[in-house]
Ligand binder design. Structure first.
Ligand code: EPU
Length: 335
């Protein structure tokens, strides 16, 4: 393991921001990580796929890039299997591995950028499925002590794009391995309108995990910009949840408002709709802007700095707040 100084992070964040790491280690195993911990350089900054991150400055201290690999079947049951995957594995490659082995459960989460280790941190979700539905446990190393710890599902406190790793335990653990329960007998989820429509267009009457994955890939590719071509971090904002009374008032003013009733009595409004109605969709400001096909994705047209994107996000938050009285919150981690 070689320590690199002033290492460019441009390749390691999907926004493509040209920030630098003061010190940088690429870690391929638990023992590599324990060795890296022995160095006195602090603070530590753990990097996964860099797909949910906006760097607004150079990173001081020590950046540790998680490259722990390996996918395997841990236990076989009658109807399901437990698999484990190294935290540094690419998430989409894990999805494809499962589909290849005819294991169902994460096909709706196809093509989400990022690593396996980052998936539980924000409880990734798309097209009616969230990671927590297949999650069993994860192994992590406590940074302060170097001790290994298991987090079972209940310990992770999963919520909408939330977990204990974004809250109470933020920055305290290095995730090394994630365990998932996948089904041999598949429970397909085609509740999401866009999936239904795509399958119909393709003339698929009997969907399978493979055709669902292909449909999701098609939907995502048509709506979401490819980070390899245009820098972005997926949804920059969370979809806000508001009270029923606030929603009723808004609906009077904006009868076309898109919404979803939540089981907790609140109402979810798509941030993309709010931003589009406010006129920001597809509008370029300097080197950044909200994407033309999906307004809640902010993009880097090539030369944006993290500061510039952050300023633009603030502009959108203020503007949407003025029009709708809703304060959008970033989903992306801002450094
Ligand atoms: N909409 C607009 N304008 C836009 C975008 C969306 O009016 O520019 C409206 C559409 O009318 C649509 C509704 O918003 O009815 C929902 O849009 P979409 O299905 O594209 O989903 P989303 O709520 O905007 C969420 C996730 C995505 C995930 C999709 C599909 C969040 C913050 N985002 O987006 O996740 O892929 O649902 O499940 O919850 C990500 O986290 O990076 C991400 C891309």
């Amino acid at each position: 393991m070689q320590l690199k100084k002033n290492h460019s992070l441009k390749k390691f964040n999907t926004f493509g921001i040209a920030a630098k790491a003061e010190n940088f280690y690429s870690v391929q195993s638990e023992s590599d990580f324990l060795d890296a911990l022995k160095s006195a350089i602090r603070p530590l900054f753990i990097l996964g796929g860099g797909s949910n991150l906006l760097l607004t400055k150079d990173v001081k201290g020590l950046v540790i890039k998680n490259e722990i690999k390996g996918i395997k079947i841990e236990r076989q049951f009658k109807h399901c299997v437990h698999i484990s995957a190294g935290a540094g594995e690419n998430w989409h490659e894990l999805v494809l591995w499962c589909i290849n082995k005819k294991l169902g459960g994460i096909e709706n989460l196809s093509l989400i950028p990022g690593t396996v280790g980052a998936a539980p941190i924000q409880n990734i979700g798309a097209y009616g499925v969230e990671l927590k539905e297949v999650f069993v446990k994860l192994e992590a190393i406590e940074i302060a002590s170097g001790k290994k710890k298991i987090f079972w599902k209940k310990d992770c406190q999963f919520g909408y794009r939330e977990s204990v790793f974004k809250q109470k335990e933020k920055g305290n653990y290095f995730i090394t391995k994630v365990f998932l329960r996948l089904n041999k007998k598949h429970n397909l989820n085609i509740s999401y309108g866009a999936i239904k429509n795509t399958l119909k267009e393709q003339g698929i009457k009997k969907p399978s995990i493979k055709t669902i994955s292909q449909a999701v890939i098609q939907i995502r590719s048509s709506k979401l910009p490819d980070p390899a071509k245009i820098g972005n971090s997926g949804s920059f904002f969370k979809n806000p949840e508001i009270s029923k009374s606030q929603f009723k008032k808004l609906q009077k003013q904006f009868p076309n408002i898109v919404f979803y009733d939540l089981p907790n009595g609140k109402v979810k409004v798509p941030a993309g709709w709010l931003i589009e109605q406010d006129g920001w969709k597809g509008k370029r400001v300097g080197h950044t802007g909200a994407h033309k096909n999906q307004a809640l994705v902010l993009v880097n047209y090539g030369k944006a700095t993290g500061q510039e994107i952050l300023q633009h996000a603030k502009r959108i938050i203020d503007s949407v707040n003025k029009k709708f009285g809703i304060k959008l919150k970033a989903e992306v981690n801002v450094y």
